[in-house]
Design a binder for this molecule. Structure first.
Ligand code: SAM
Length: 224
């Protein structure tokens, strides 16, 4: 096992180095991921084909602002695959506000993830109405957005203006095909980046191939 940092780990499994996080809830699996114990510490393998944040790490992500004790706003948690690994990383003194508007997936998320993890505050709300997240206090270090909506960039910007601290990071998953099927993915990404430029420095754009065909991850730093 190589300990590159405190946030995530590379663990040998079936002869290959695999990405993992230290499990905050011992024995608990979220999406049937493999659990591996080494030197008395339990790790959960983090599957890049299931999580776009894991895919970004596999594809040379250069900044990783999710740390022990970080405060995160996560829009579009779905059933909780990625947020569960962020929960491992930020640890018991960190906090993640997890927003989801679809009540059926939110139920699954509550049952399988949020109910086991005290550092996740579930918010059953529309990300278009950020002023209605009454449980958020103070500003966050990172805003993570994965909502696959045509106006996702505008939604991300509005949420950052209210909740992201200065010099905080935005992780924005761009579903290149959900915005306009007639445009090329590169053009879609460029247009979304242009919308961010007024308030953000673009740090990196990551193509998520081969883990995910239709998405890119944009990492941007908030400068207001
Ligand atoms: N981020 C998840 C992961 O990595 O495990 C996957 C997210 S999935 C692609 C997109 C989610 O965003 C869906 O569960 C959808 O219901 C949710 N969503 C879409 N529009 C939303 C909105 N306006 N407000 C809140 N959630 C929204």
């Amino acid at each position: 096992m190589e300990e590159d940092n405190q946030e995530f780990f590379w663990i040998k499994s079936e002869g290959m180095k695999k990405l993992a996080t230290e499990n905050l809830v011992i024995g608990n699996q979220v999406y049937k991921e493999k659990l591996i114990t080494k030197k008395g510490i339990e790790y959960r393998l983090w599957e890049p084909f299931r999580s776009k944040l894991a895919a970004s790490i596999m594809n040379e992500l250069e900044v990783f602002p999710f740390k022990n004790k970080s405060k995160v706003l996560y829009l579009g948690v779905s059933t909780g695959t990625t947020i569960s690994h962020i929960s491992d990383i930020v640890g018991p003194s960190g906090i993640i506000f997890g927003v989801e508007h679809a009540s059926r997936v939110a139920r699954d998320f509550l049952d399988r993830v949020a109910s086991y993890r005290k550092n996740i505050i579930p918010i059953l709300q529309d990300a278009r109405k950020p002023k209605e997240y009454f449980s958020i206090f103070g500003k966050v270090d990172v805003v993570y957005v994965d909502i696959a909506q045509p106006d996702q960039t505008e939604i991300a910007i509005t949420n950052c203006k209210i909740y992201l601290k200065k010099n905080g990071y935005l992780f924005l998953v761009i579903k290149t095909r959900s915005i306009d099927v007639t445009k090329s993915p590169r053009r879609i990404i460029d247009e979304e980046i242009l919308k961010l430029k007024e308030n953000f420095d673009i740090i990196q754009v990551i193509d998520l191939h081969p883990y995910d065909k239709d998405h890119a991850m944009v990492i941007a730093k908030f400068h207001i």
